[in-house]
Design a protein around this ligand. Structure first.
Ligand code: ADP
Length: 231
């Protein structure tokens, strides 16, 4: 429990820092955008106009990324809504289907408690589920030559909790990785942000739940989300 409290402090801090950084970056982006727009009529040659267009669209893209990031990391109060776990998981499987297909990976879904319902912020929980699916697909990507990828999604009830499990047969993790999994900005990927699991952990903690991860190096990983269930 102490470990979890410490984790929450760190994540709350991350939320504050990232909101501040995002704010500091958005302001100059907005003014650069304005000045380039003003310059555009003076850029007579076609080539330069094209450059101007690219610069504007790249600024917009950077702004979108910051917006997304800000949305996912700010400690907003969840908008609670009662939903069936079955619906959440079906949609998660569906949304990951095309990427899984490209990697020759099969997604299996089994629900041992079809009536299970939770009170959650649907947008936030979907974000968590998709983060976990993306990690599973990345882990499978790394062993793609060795075996056929498989992700098993399942749900069951244990006392007052709904347990959602996402298990992959990807590359697994070493102890050292497992220990730092929820640290903000911890990543082993070349283009990773290291934010997926720290943000996910905080979202689930805000819902009164937790995330547990088991992993065997070269065998695979199972992530279990615990959420309080409702009648
Ligand atoms: P990112 O995906 O950007 O690296 P995450 O916070 O989602 O950030 O994950 C942190 C690290 O945890 C990953 O870089 C990876 O090393 C490890 N990891 C997470 N999920 C898995 C998984 N299913 N299998 C193997 N490693 C994983």
């Amino acid at each position: 429990i102490e470990q979890a409290a410490f984790q929450n402090d760190k994540l709350a801090m991350l939320g504050k820092i990232s909101a501040a950084i995002a704010h500091e970056i958005r302001n100059p982006l907005t003014s650069i955008r304005g000045f380039i727009q003003l310059l555009n009529p003076y850029l007579s040659e076609i080539g330069k106009q094209e450059y101007g267009r690219i610069i504007l669209s790249e600024i917009d893209r950077a702004n979108d990324i910051i917006y997304e990031f800000l949305n996912s990391s700010k400690p907003s109060a969840p908008m609670m809504q009662k939903v069936s776990v079955d619906m959440l998981l079906r949609e998660t499987a569906l949304l990951s289907e095309s990427e899984a297909h490209m990697k020759g990976c099969e997604i299996c879904y089994e629900n041992f408690a079809p009536e299970l319902a939770v009170a959650v912020d649907v947008k936030q929980i979907k974000q968590v589920l998709l983060n976990l699916m993306k990690n599973a697909l990345d882990a499978i990507q790394d062993v793609i030559g060795e075996r056929k990828g498989r992700i098993a999604i399942s749900a069951r009830q244990e006392g007052k909790f709904a347990i959602i499990s996402i298990a992959d047969n990807g590359k697994g993790m070493e102890r050292a990785t497992l220990n730092r999994l929820f640290d903000p900005f911890f990543t082993t990927k070349e283009a990773g942000t290291g934010l997926g699991l720290s943000v996910s952990y905080r979202i689930i903690a805000n819902h009164g739940g937790t995330i547990r991860v088991d992993s065997q190096i070269r065998e695979g990983t199972e992530c279990k989300i615990y959420l309080p269930c409702v009648e």
